[in-house]
Design a protein around this ligand. Structure first.
Ligand code: SAM
Length: 273
């Protein structure tokens, strides 16, 4: 499914194919927002921007319950999935809306907490989205943001095909107006804003056993053939369909290679308004 998102007419590079959304739906607040959880208290109001299918949002909502949690995403498909999952989990303090990170439908100072996980990397104007998140945050509120840095991706074994996969991924991300190395830019986005206080760190995703590398290899094998990455790569002349099939096979085989290992660093920041 290809959906236009963002006020700049940007295209979300992954699209919302089930292979993409199902992977996002396996994320959790405990794994993907552990740095933010100690800041949360029952009764706080929380906004998750670019919430996708809402599996991280749901964990954050539990941490602030009975406080109100709102998840927003520019994709209707993602919001529909988030609503369905919240209903089946019986979460009472959570609501979802379709909305653009560049123009949030909330008045100034509406939330105690604002959160983004892997959103800024897809935006051509990340500074505007950060400014908008801070606008809807109440004075003294906390902003938590996590962004991947694909420039840190490390495959072992490293082969010409794993290098080519990363080159194609990066070229498609940039073609869509994003920055796949956004993780390293968080300090530079926050520092000029005159915030009360902020902290920037990093965390690392690692895939270090046969189950994890098998799943990661299969995931990217599917995504490079079936998600919007494939159509952008072929339409823009970044790769041919035949090359994507070859790389997909290599990624599947990589995941099953004895001793395979993969890491990916994320920048993580907390900022207080
Ligand atoms: C990589 S996914 C992350 C989803 C979720 N935060 C997670 O980590 O599971 C990025 C999400 O940002 C959304 N998105 C992209 N551009 C957006 C925009 N301008 N405003 C709001 N959401 C946007 C996409 O639809 C997608 O669901």
């Amino acid at each position: 499914m290809t959906e236009p998102v963002g006020s700049g007419g940007e295209n979300y590079m992954h699209g919302h194919h089930p292979v993409v959304v199902d992977e996002h739906a396996r994320r959790s607040a405990e794994r993907n927002a552990a740095y933010l959880l100690p800041q949360l208290r029952p009764g706080m109001s929380l906004l998750d921007i670019g919430c996708g299918p809402g599996s991280i949002t749901a964990g954050l909502a539990n941490a602030v319950a009975p406080g109100r949690t709102v998840g927003v995403d520019s994709s209707r498909a993602a919001v529909e999935r988030a609503v369905a999952d919240a209903e089946s989990a019986g979460l009472a303090n959570i609501e979802y809306k379709t909305a653009d990170a560049y123009g949030l439908p909330f008045s100034d100072g509406s939330f105690d907490v604002a959160h983004m996980h892997q959103l800024l990397q897809h935006l051509s104007d990340p500074a505007l989205a950060v400014q908008e998140a801070l606008r809807v945050l109440a004075p003294g509120g906390v902003f938590g943001v996590t962004e991947v840095d694909w420039g840190t991706a490390a495959f072992w074994p490293r082969t010409p095909e794993t290098d080519r996969f990363l080159a194609i991924y990066n070229a498609v991300a940039r073609k869509n107006g994003g920055d796949p190395e956004m993780g390293r830019r968080l300090r530079s986005l926050l520092e000029p804003l005159g915030l009360d206080r902020f902290e920037v760190r990093a965390s690392v995703w690692s895939f270090g056993d046969a189950g994890a590398t098998g799943q990661w290899g299969d995931l990217w094998s599917a995504r490079i053939q079936e998600s919007n990455i494939a159509t952008t790569a072929t339409d823009a002349g970044i790769a041919t369909a035949e090359e994507l099939i070859e790389i997909a096979a290599t990624l599947r085989a990589w995941g099953r290679t004895p001793g395979a290992f993969f890491t990916l660093t994320h920048g993580e920041a907390l900022a207080w308004k």
